[in-house]
Design a protein around this ligand. Structure first.
Ligand code: GLU
Length: 444
């Protein structure tokens, strides 16, 4: 074979979309950012999204990387690496969480920021997408060290965020407490008559300090709201429905508890400490208390099982609520569920997705299923802006309305274009952003 023929073949295999070639993307099909852009471009091609919008959305607007020293309890200093990626702000200020995890990289943060742009557009909250992260293992640090890391990271990115510009929130490894330290640092550093305005620089704060009722459970609640709306599509109802959960942190434990209270049966749960199963159903509330105390599900009631046995457990619904890329083709081949609701961001790889689709397993994509968190973040931001408090009924009602409408938009797109739910959700999100770009135009 001639050299030219080889390179022509290679380039055809390498560039699954011409935009990748045009933007000189490093080609790595296992890279999460590559996968996320590929999914987005696939949907964009179906609706013939304008070329200029495709190239804008294929790369974040701004990517910031910072390094900052923090004093440890024993007096020595450690240097940390942090990121803030601002993907897109066509629909409103950049919005998205801050992740504290020992294995966070720029490309992960870029992917998660892109997903935020899609999510906010799909559930129609007037925000764009962003994401941040610090490479740190919160389990290895005292509360005092975590406070200093949070405050110093806030100060490192302070110039590029703001209550009308870029609004962080909790994500994996961060909580309302981190947001309180973050907001306090921002407000103290911007003292003056408008200091209080700084409260809105982050959402997901404690209720005592500008947080919204219902924000802590919001992502889990949104997973359930979406699921309830789409269950008839697969001929299921919540009563007696068998559920397994991968991950029992904020999202998994709230989805589990809410479903438990709706008479669903939580039959298997897995996390980084192990996996458990009980055919009669696990007590989701007591399991949440156990995890709080012992750091994971291991040692709770039921039978201890392997991760493979967890995936093989026969259920109606599997909710992956841990990290990205956990369901590859290997796990997908073992899964014994009718429908998957993605509580985590990007838990299925494209290969995993392909196997699930071949096996007829429906997937409710993350940009729809887990958008409840950012929806209530938006409500919190509105409450702060208008100096008001919503009661929990109002929060739950508005959240449900946003989730149900987003689910319907997705189903309409699926019917119109004859695609899977993931592509349909991207189509519904991209169509909205595309229209905003059409009327705004491109400056200058
Ligand atoms: N980190 C959450 C997510 O991935 C919430 C983001 C927010 O509330 O801004 O959706």
């Amino acid at each position: 074979m001639s050299t030219t023929a080889v390179s022509a073949n290679e380039s055809a295999a390498e560039y699954s979309n011409p935009i990748f070639k045009e933007l000189d993307f490093p080609q790595d099909p296992n890279n999460l950012y590559h996968q996320t852009v590929e999914t987005m471009l696939h949907a964009a091609d179906i609706i013939d999204l304008k070329h200029r919008v495709k190239i804008i959305l294929a790369q974040p607007k701004n990517e910031v990387m910072v390094h900052f020293p923090v004093r440890m309890d024993d007096g020595h200093h450690r240097l940390f690496k942090g990121y803030r990626v601002q993907h897109n702000n066509a629909l409103g200020p950049y919005k998205g969480g801050i992740r504290f995890h020992h294995d966070v990289h720029l490309d992960d943060v870029k992917s998660l920021a892109l997903l935020m742009t899609m999510k906010c557009s799909l559930v129609r909250v007037p925000f764009g997408g962003g994401k941040g992260g610090v490479k740190v293992n919160p389990r290895e640090h005292s509360a005092r060290e975590m406070e200093r890391i949070t405050r110093r990271f806030c100060s490192a990115i302070m110039n590029i965020i703001g209550p009308e510009y870029d609004i962080p929130a909790p994500d994996v490894g961060t909580s309302a407490q981190n947001m309180a330290w973050f907001a306090d640092t921002y407000m103290m550093s911007n003292e003056g008559k408008a200091a209080n305005d700084g409260l809105r620089v982050v959402t997901g704060k404690p209720v005592e300090f500008g947080g919204s009722l219902g924000r802590t459970k919001a992502t889990g609640q949104g997973v359930v709201d979406t699921l309830v709306e789409l269950l008839p599509e697969v001929g299921l109802e919540t009563k007696g429905m068998r559920v397994s959960l991968l991950g029992y942190g904020n999202v998994g434990s709230w989805a589990g508890r809410i479903l438990h209270d709706m008479d669903a049966k939580i039959v298997a749960v897995a996390d980084h400490t192990g996996a458990i199963r009980d055919d009669k159903g696990l007590d989701a509330h007591r399991l949440a208390e156990h995890c709080e105390k012992h750091g994971g599900v291991a040692g709770f009631a039921g039978d201890a099982i392997t991760t493979d046995e967890f995936y093989q457990t026969q259920v109606d619904v599997l909710i992956p609520a841990a990290l990205e890329q956990m369901i590859t083709d290997r796990e997908a081949a073992m899964i014994n569920a009718k429908i998957i609701a993605e509580g985590a961001n990007a838990p299925c790889t494209p290969e995993g997705d392909r196997v699930l689709s071949e096996r007829g397993i429906e997937v409710i994509p993350a940009i729809l299923a887990n958008a409840g968190g950012v929806a209530v973040s938006y409500f919190e931001w509105v409450q702060n802006k208008t100096s008001s408090y919503w009661d929990i009924e109002q929060v739950d009602r508005e959240l449900n309305r946003h989730m149900v409408m987003a689910a319907r938009r997705t189903v309409v797109a699926r019917q119109k274009y004859g695609v899977d739910l993931r592509t349909a959700a991207y189509i519904a999100a991209l169509d909205h952003i595309g229209k905003a770009y059409s009327v705004r135009g491109i400056f200058p």
